[in-house]
Structures are given as C-alpha cells and as structure tokens.
Design a binder for this molecule. Structure first.
Ligand code: ADP
Length: 169
C-alpha cells in the first residue's frame, strides 16, 4: 500500500500524482494595501482552497519594479506603472494549488476593472486599469521567474495542510 496519500507533502513539479500542483506569484499592489483590501483578497484565495506558502510586505525600489514589469518596458504606461508599484507597500505572496496559475487569474479578473466580471477581485474592488489592486503571474514560466525575483527559496514554506484531503479528495 502507498504510505503517503496522493499529493501530500510532495513539492510541485516533483512528479507523480501531484504533478498538477503549481505555485503562482500574487501581489497586492500599493493601492490594494492602502485601501485596506489585504484580508478581503487573501481570504478569496484561502476560501477557494489554495495554500499560502510565502507572504511578505515590501516596498520595492523603482529598479525592482522595472525588473518585475520588464516585459512591458516598451509600453507608454511603463514608467508610471513602475513609479506606482514602488510608491508604497506591496503584499507579495506565493499560492499553491492545482491549476492556481490560470484559475488565480480568473479570480483576479480582466486587467481593466471596467471590463472585469462582477465576482472577480478587480470587478468587485477596482475601477480603473492604472489602479487595479492586484497582480498575478500569467503563466508557468512567468510564475517561476516572478517567485524567484520576489522570494528566496528559504522563504517558501512547505507544509501539509490538513484540509487538502477535503479539497482534493
Ligand atoms: P495583468 O496585470 O492583468 O497581467 P498586464 O501584464 O497587461 O496585465 O499589465 C500589467 C499592469 O500594467 C496592469 O495590471 C496595470 O496595472 C498596468 N496597465 C496595463 N495596461 C495599462 C494601461 N493602458 N494604462 C495604465 N496601466 C496599465
């Protein structure tokens, strides 16, 4: 008999039945932090059934913000965006779960909150694209890069959640 239940303790990407376990980088931007939306946003990821594996409050430098958004450096809003991200505390997090990268983006909603569906974080809590309160990695490669940019490996906490057997069966 298998000694360990499916998915328990295995690190994402370690193979086996747990291979759909993923990690994504989620950040509450300075507007979300200043507006007191941390607990509201964190609770949506928690209640869904995802597992928090890293969290910290940081004020990124402008240079760090430029690294985070390097893909957008040709866009006209790049400078303002980087000024904004470095203007105050950002709540940086890593969330783990099956399909969390793609579904996390669904919870977040469309980039422009005027087009985000009601029920999504941006749809419910934000109004304009320049102040859309939250960031989430847009794919597995980005997730890996962003987690490595914002966190040291030792800051990622592996632990067993007793709820997992109720969430995944
Ligand atoms: P997302 O954050 O949904 O992945 P993008 O990667 O396209 O979206 O853009 C990154 C961030 O840049 C957005 O979340 C938003 O804060 C900002 N942004 C995008 N488009 C605009 C715009 N037209 N004007 C101002 N800021 C923008």
């Amino acid at each position: 008999a298998r000694r360990h239940p499916r998915r328990s303790l295995h690190a994402p990407g370690s193979g086996g039945a747990c291979c759909r376990m993923e990690r994504t980088f989620i950040a509450i931007k300075p507007d979300g932090v200043q507006r007191g939306l941390i607990s509201e946003i964190v609770s949506r990821f928690e209640r869904k059934g995802y597992k928090l594996v890293a969290i910290k409050l940081v004020v990124p430098s402008k240079q760090f913000a430029e690294k985070h958004y390097h893909d957008l450096k040709e866009r006209p809003f790049f400078n303002g965006l980087c000024d904004f991200l470095s203007s105050g505390p950002v709540l940086a997090m890593v969330w783990e779960g099956e399909g969390v990268i793609k579904y996390g983006r669904k919870l977040i909603g469309a980039t422009d909150p005027s087009k985000s569906e009601p029920g999504t974080i941006r749809g419910d809590l934000a109004v304009v694209v320049g102040r859309n309160i939250i960031h989430g990695s847009d794919g597995p490669e980005t997730a890996k890069d962003e987690i490595a940019l914002w966190f040291q490996p030792k800051e990622l906490v592996s632990y067993t959640s007793n709820e997992e057997k109720w969430i995944y069966g």
